[in-house]
Design a protein around this ligand. Structure first.
Ligand SMILES: [Zn+2]
Length: 399
């Protein structure tokens, strides 16, 4: 059956996975109807959707949640109340966990285990979509395991992670797995043309530059600042030949990641703080003490501030990681030219002259050494080395 309808048409290059999920949603309807002897035991209560960042694991899981709640003729019709509210994050029986934190703790896991045991208000399924299940701390994962091991009859867990190795084996063994691949470049380009109005040639270049990550490609098409940041990063190989310029470029890269993270979080931080202050009674009434909120509120504000700082750090790291990925791809393009006179599909097709120039003026072993320097910087940042130190060390090694 074709899956080019309703919620499924938003998934890019995942026809096989969508087909499996449609069949599973059809089976779930037989369970609800008690048809053909299908009992609730036939229901899969825990799924794990895996796929590299950009493959759309979170969207796939939410589409499946919509299909399970769907009352239309075809599961995931996209029009019924169940589909619309699930996709709009307002369905009473669908909890979506989307963490912007580096790790997810026991308190979140406990709440989910409680939530999932509630009877579904709509009479169908109580669904938890957990978009970053790989970020669970081990203690939190063990709490979650309890909810997954003994699900109530109407509970469905949809966990998402980059790969199955990111989860505890005990959780893994309880889940049915669905592996997404990175969508093919032409599928991403087609979506950029159809949905975002890119012209065909630019769509192909950008889909390739984003290495199949539709959201990243879309950002490059629609956000000139993001496109400028990418160009700045990819000037590094040329600029690194001069040590002063290399260090400047390193500083600029770290600053840009910080600015990107600030832009993404500032408004959110302010509204969260405002909301908490209101809840704590700041600035209300005229009695003594109200201007400073109820007793003990300083601790809660401090906690919120810590959480916001961690979120900023994570977004900045993600931005740097993307930039370093772009650099690695640049040097892979260089290596392809040095070893085989060029890949048929270079990642950075718009930078052929720069790639050719670096390829001509260096040897393959230089290129490998440079790729290694970028990989080292990525590892250093992931293990909490100050980003500027890591990126400076890398910039010097690229020269
Ligand atoms: Zn529907």
């Amino acid at each position: 059956m074709s899956t080019g309808y309703g919620v499924w048409s938003d998934l890019i290059g995942q026809d096989g996975a969508a087909g499996r999920l449609v069949r599973a949603a059809e089976a779930s309807r037989r369970v609800l109807a008690g048809a053909g002897g299908a009992s609730v035991n036939a229901m899969t209560h825990a799924w794990l959707v895996t796929g590299p960042p950009g493959s759309g694991a979170g969207l796939t899981a939410r589409s499946f949640a919509a299909a399970l709640q769907c009352t239309g003729e075809l599961p995931g019709c996209g029009h019924c109340q169940g589909c619309r509210t699930t996709m709009g994050d307002t369905h009473p029986d669908v909890t979506v966990v989307r963490s912007d934190q580096l790790s997810i703790g026991v308190d979140v896991a406990r709440k989910l285990v409680r939530d999932c045991a509630m009877a579904p208000a709509g009479g169908r399924w109580q669904i938890i979509v957990f978009e970053d299940a790989d970020r669970l701390t081990e203690a939190a994962a063990n709490v979650l395991l309890k909810g997954i091991e003994e699900p109530s009859a109407r509970t469905v867990w949809l966990l998402c992670a980059p790969s199955s190795q990111d989860l505890l084996p005990t959780i893994l063994s309880r889940c049915r797995q669905l592996n997404l691949r990175m969508p093919a470049i032409p599928a991403v380009a087609e979506a950029l043309v159809r949905r975002d109005g890119a012209d065909h040639e630019r769509a192909m270049t950008v889909a390739q530059a984003a290495q199949g990550d539709y959201e990243r490609a879309r950002t490059l098409v629609l956000d000139p600042e993001a496109a400028a940041r990418r160009s700045a990063v990819l000037r590094m190989p040329t600029e690194a030949r001069d040590i002063g310029r290399a260090l400047n470029a390193a500083q600029a890269l770290v600053d840009a990641a910080e600015a990107e993270a600030k832009a993404a979080t500032e408004a959110l931080d302010a509204s969260e703080t405002e909301e908490l202050k209101l809840a704590l009674g700041f600035g209300q009434g005229k009695g003594a003490g109200t201007a400073r909120g109820v007793a003990g509120s300083a601790g809660l504000l401090k906690e919120l501030e810590t959480k916001q700082k961690r979120r900023l750090t994570r977004i900045q790291r993600d931005a740097l990681d993307r930039a370093l990925n772009d650099l690695i791809a640049f040097y892979r393009d260089v290596l392809a030219v040095q070893l085989t006179s060029g890949a048929p599909q270079p990642v950075h097709a718009d930078l052929r002259p720069q790639v050719a120039e670096i390829a001509r003026t260096s040897r393959p072993q230089d290129t490998l050494r440079r790729i290694d320097a970028v990989l080292r910087a990525r590892r250093a940042i992931a293990s909490n080395v100050a980003p500027l130190l890591a990126v400076e060390a890398m910039a010097v090694s690229l020269g």
